[in-house]
Design a protein around this ligand. Structure first.
Ligand code: UDP
Ligand code: MG
Length: 154
């Protein structure tokens, strides 16, 4: 499997509900590598671009307001197959439907306020990372325990 990068955002409700550390810990413990991070209030115009694929849907204006309403923790995480794995750790979109043990399943009861964003494909990951980070802002480094993350046959 190839090394991938994914854009993960701890959305305003995640930050306000003191879940930033908890969520980062889950990704760290899984074995993903943090390669970029920015704590920022996402401007409404950027939230529009971010959720551009949902333009025209009934929840579009609401989700743009939500994402830009208060600071978020915007990050890039790297690992082999990280895009799909991160989505699994996040859980289904609506908190009330997400499986227990996932981030949304454990901490959200809501439809819209679901704590976290994660890219859903390689194409969206590339597009979304480019919205928030310049190439030189993405760190390239080795974790000291990286040799223990993957087996010989991975
Ligand atoms: N959303 C919402 N109502 C809906 C569907 C989505 O408020 O009926 C919000 C929710 O915050 C979700 C975001 O819009 O995370 C983007 O929706 P998407 O279907 O891409 O879900 P995700 O990829 O975040 O699981
Ligand atoms: Mg999505």
């Amino acid at each position: 499997m190839a090394e991938e990068r994914t854009l993960i955002i701890i959305k305003p409700d995640g930050v306000q509900r003191h879940l930033t550390g908890e969520i980062i810990t889950r990704f760290e413990k899984k074995g993903f590598k943090l390669v970029a991070a920015k704590f920022m209030q996402i401007p409404e115009s950027l939230a529009h671009q971010h959720y551009g694929v949902h333009k025209g849907k009934p929840f579009f204006e609401g989700v743009v307001k939500y994402l830009s309403s208060s600071p978020s923790m915007v990050m890039v995480w790297q690992a082999k197959g990280v895009i799909a794995m991160a989505r699994k750790l996040m859980g289904a979109t609506f908190g009330y439907e997400a499986e227990a043990g996932t981030i949304r399943g454990d901490f959200s009861c809501s439809r819209g306020y679901n704590l976290i964003h994660g890219s859903d494909s390689q194409e969206s990951a590339e597009f979304e990372i480019g919205l928030y980070f310049k190439p030189e802002e993405i760190a390239k480094y080795e974790l000291s325990d990286e040799c223990w993350l993957y087996g010989q046959n991975d």
